[in-house]
Design a protein around this ligand. Structure first.
Ligand SMILES: Nc1ncnc2c1ncn2[C@@H]1O[C@H](COP(=O)(O)OP(=O)(O)OP(=O)(O)O)[C@@H](O)[C@H]1O
Ligand SMILES: [Mg+2]
Length: 501
């Protein structure tokens, strides 16, 4: 592989699914020793293009050349054997098996002259890959025992273990902590130095501008342009992706007319995490932000309020009365809802269609006697599809066939429809494109206008500043401070976030 030489060329790629033209005459050219970002809104066709390369989907038309030679992989195994690896947006691992099984599945090392798998060899091979990449995971750990972020690293290790020339990373950082992202970037740089071509898909603009050499932009299944990353700005990328100028990232801020507290939390301390002695109050109609570094206890705070994690001590008052919220079920009955950050992993009923996935948490609203009113359900689903611009041929489409970001929007809509008094949101816009983010902010504001209250955890500081009234800052499991979103700076928040680290 000679650096700078064209490694991969895809041209005229076209692919239709029933009711959607997912790709229309798309091209992509990736050079050896470079990171090539692929960008576009949810449903633009990024994952589909990569699945055509990888042999998961069969393209309807077009040509793919690897180092000048035309290839047409009919399955992912063939792609891997020819030096093309892919880390998928939706991890598809054998969770009951251990790490090394997952890496070597289908190509187990054999014992010399025997039809037996050499566990020892497999262990050593895995350790060799992990050491090279500085991944600290025991190859014998069962997958289901590890957090999603570590499973992601295993998947990356697997891609490297094939000695691939082309490595596709489809939203690799959506479940990684900041430290893990840095680690991943070191790995990517190492692979680039070796002459690999890395195709990097992400909605995180800062990451793209930092790590990539070139950027290809897609919109609605079409190829728009390819530019050197150094020539692009965030605003320019947004314009190219959305197809119009987007001057405002946030809708105008809400002026909250309500004055009374709806909830008060006192001395909340978790049993199994470092969350300790957190007290604050939430006003009716308020959008309250929660900032903090990874691991500062933001998610734990929401889980403890919602009864999804065990409390050791502390009280929660709603409308002045103590509520117990010991289990999610009890919390839902008390008017709470929690939208988790791992929406895709925890919330999707893959074989159900979009309507079923949307209404499933608010079914009692559509009951008349013992019958479900289908008109009402389809009206509610329609309103969510419109409100969030969910890209789908119909309500009856299986949720599995939606793009990753659109699946997330459906799950988000599901919880919006339960019309909770208190909505707890963990990273509500993760994996969601810029245009759709705006829609989600508006939905959150609409709830607040109706007197509902929202607590929103986010790692994106501009988002907290742009949408919330007040921001709580967590640090080392404790509440380090509270700031007024209109009279603070990112620096002030960062200083608070570092207080107990
Ligand atoms: N297996 C499938 N069956 C039917 N439609 C599909 C299938 N896979 C993808 N699509 C459709 O093709 C279009 C492109 O989807 P794709 O997953 O490539 O988008 P994406 O750019 O990766 O979006 P995201 O950023 O949300 O992941 C979408 O409209 C999607 O619904
Ligand atoms: Mg995708």
């Amino acid at each position: 592989m000679i650096k700078g030489q064209e490694l991969l060329r895809m041209q005229g790629i076209t692919k239709s699914f029933p009711g959607v033209k997912a790709l229309d005459n798309v091209q992509l050219s990736v050079k050896a020793g470079s990171v090539h970002a692929l960008m576009g809104e949810n449903g633009a066709g990024k994952s589909t293009l990569m699945k055509c390369l990888f042999g998961i989907y069969h393209k309807d038309a077009g040509h793919i050349f690897l180092e000048g030679k035309e290839v047409n992989f009919s399955n992912s195994r063939e792609a891997l054997d020819n030096g093309v690896a892919m880390v998928h947006q939706e991890l598809n691992q054998a969770l009951k098996r251990n790490v090394m099984d997952n890496i070597w599945l289908g190509r187990y090392p054999r014992m010399k002259g025997l039809p037996l798998v050499s566990e020892k060899q497999m262990y050593e091979d895995t350790m060799r890959v992990f050491n090279e990449l500085d991944i600290h995971v025991d190859p014998r750990t069962v997958m289901s025992k590890m957090p999603v972020s570590q499973r992601q690293m295993v998947e990356i290790g697997k891609a490297v273990s094939f000695n691939s020339k082309i490595i596709v990373l489809d939203e690799p950082t959506s479940s990684l902590t900041e430290e893990e992202v840095e680690h991943l970037f070191r790995i990517i740089n190492m692979l680039r130095d070796r002459g690999c071509g890395i195709i990097y898909i992400s909605h995180k603009m800062d990451e793209i501008l930092r790590i990539s050499d070139e950027v290809t932009i897609m919109r609605d299944g079409q190829y728009i342009t390819t530019r050197p990353a150094a020539e692009l700005t965030k605003a320019e990328i947004i314009r190219l992706m959305v197809g119009r100028e987007m001057t405002n990232q946030f809708p105008p801020k809400l002026q909250n007319p309500y004055t009374e507290d709806i909830m008060r939390v006192q001395g909340l301390t978790a049993q199994y995490s470092q969350l300790s002695d957190v007290s604050f109050s939430l006003k009716k109609g308020e959008i309250l932000g929660v900032a903090g570094l990874d691991g500062s206890g933001r998610t734990e705070l929401l889980e403890n309020i919602f009864g999804a994690a065990t409390r050791r001590s502390g009280m929660i008052y709603k409308d002045g009365k103590p509520v117990r919220n010991r289990t999610p079920r009890e919390s839902i009955a008390n008017g709470f809802a929690l939208v988790t950050e791992e929406r895709r992993a925890t919330g999707i009923f893959g074989i159900l269609n979009i309507q079923e996935n949307t209404v499933i948490a608010s079914l009692k609203k559509y009951l008349s006697g013992i019958l479900l009113q289908s008109k009402k359900m389809s009206a509610a689903t329609d309103s969510m599809i419109k409100a969030m611009a969910i890209k789908t041929p119909s309500q009856k489409t299986k949720i599995q066939s939606l793009s990753g970001g659109n699946q997330q929007k459906v799950i988000f809509g599901r919880w919006m429809l339960t019309e909770p008094d208190i909505l707890l949101l963990d990273e509500p816009t993760r994996g969601i494109d810029v245009g759709a983010k705006y829609e989600i902010y508006q939905l959150i504001q609409n709830l607040a206008r109706q007197g509902k209250s929202v607590i929103m955890v986010s790692s994106e500081m501009p988002e907290l500043l742009g949408v919330c009234s007040r921001i709580l800052v967590m640090s080392g499991g404790r509440l380090a401070g509270e700031v007024d979103a209109d009279n603070t700076t990112q620096e002030e928040i960062m200083t608070l976030a570092a207080m107990y680290v």
